[in-house]
Design a protein around this ligand. Structure first.
Ligand SMILES: Cc1ncc(C[n+]2csc(CCOP(=O)(O)OP(=O)(O)O)c2C)c(N)n1
Ligand code: SF4
Length: 252
């Protein structure tokens, strides 16, 4: 009988002792585990470079067993564009970033990589705040959200949240844009499918691809892991709806 892997850590998960790790209930680990699975399932592990920014998400560079480079906060879009152009179409270039890294300090590199239709894939883990630095307001914090820099809740004077998946999906250079979450097994399956599709768009040379993953940050939200999942369902998803926003096989 054919042996089939059904549980445990993915093949590309590097099981190494860590000096730092994620807070309990943080979904960065689940997101990185899913990244390992999709790279493995697409057979891309030997021709893949992970470009990570600065944040709790940076741990991906240690945990995923592929070549990786850690770059300055917000710069993955620029570095990945250059790497893809130098390494050529057969190397999969993936950026792994937080929402601050992608849409605050990294907004310009992200938007212009998308506009140039760079053949790269950006995965943005959106936990609605700056996780690493103690929970400050991010472009993706929801209206009303209490953060260390919006102690009375986000108001219009802080600006409105940037819906990255819808926005990037509106750009001509973008081949694929989607938003997923890990709040249920069904959502996990859909998110994994989105991540795979995004990488397939790059593999097929169609254009820039983007997947946003809604993710918990119990430590900075001051919630239990279960409350955090509920908060994503009740507060984030209404302002950041799940689904595919663009999916084309040709940029025209
Ligand atoms: C140029 C620069 N500015 C600011 C910082 C400080 N800094 C480190 S991580 C971070 C925010 C991280 O938030 P996000 O990208 O959302 O990732 P998360 O930690 O939530 O995964 C900031 C502002 C830095 N390292 N470099
Ligand atoms: S601070 Fe937030 S994002 Fe960072 S490891 Fe802890 S729970 Fe995860």
């Amino acid at each position: 009988m054919e042996e089939k892997w059904i549980a445990g850590t993915p093949k590309l998960w590097r099981d190494i002792p860590l000096i730092i790790s994620f807070c309990p209930g943080c979904q960065h680990g689940a997101a990185i585990k899913t990244l390992c699975e999709v790279i493995d399932e697409l057979g891309m592990e030997n021709n893949c470079v992970l470009v990570v920014g600065v944040g709790c998400n940076t741990m991906a560079s240690v945990l995923v067993d592929v070549d990786s480079v850690m770059v300055a906060h917000g710069r993955p879009g620029d570095v990945a564009s250059a790497m893809k152009r130098v390494l050529g179409k057969d190397t999969m270039v993936i950026t792994w970033q937080g929402d601050g890294d992608t849409l605050a300090i990294g907004c310009e590199p992200t938007v212009h990589a998308a506009a140039r239709s760079e053949k790269i894939t950006t995965f943005m883990v959106n936990n609605a705040n700056y996780g690493t630095t103690g929970g400050q307001l991010a472009p993706t914090s929801v209206m009303g959200q209490v953060t260390t820099t919006s102690p009375l809740g986000r108001t219009p004077s802080h600006g409105y949240p940037i819906q990255g998946s819808e926005f990037l999906g509106s750009l001509k250079g973008v081949a694929y844009s989607a938003r997923g979450a890990f709040t249920s097994p069904a959502n996990y399956q859909k998110t994994k499918k989105y991540m795979k599709r995004a990488l397939e768009k790059q593999r097929d040379g169609v254009g820039y691809s983007f997947v946003e993953i809604l993710s918990t940050c119990p430590a900075n939200w001051h919630m239990s892991p279960i409350e955090s999942l509920k908060w994503i369902e009740e507060e984030m998803i209404p302002q950041f709806p799940l689904g595919e926003f663009k999916n084309v096989d040709k940029i025209e």
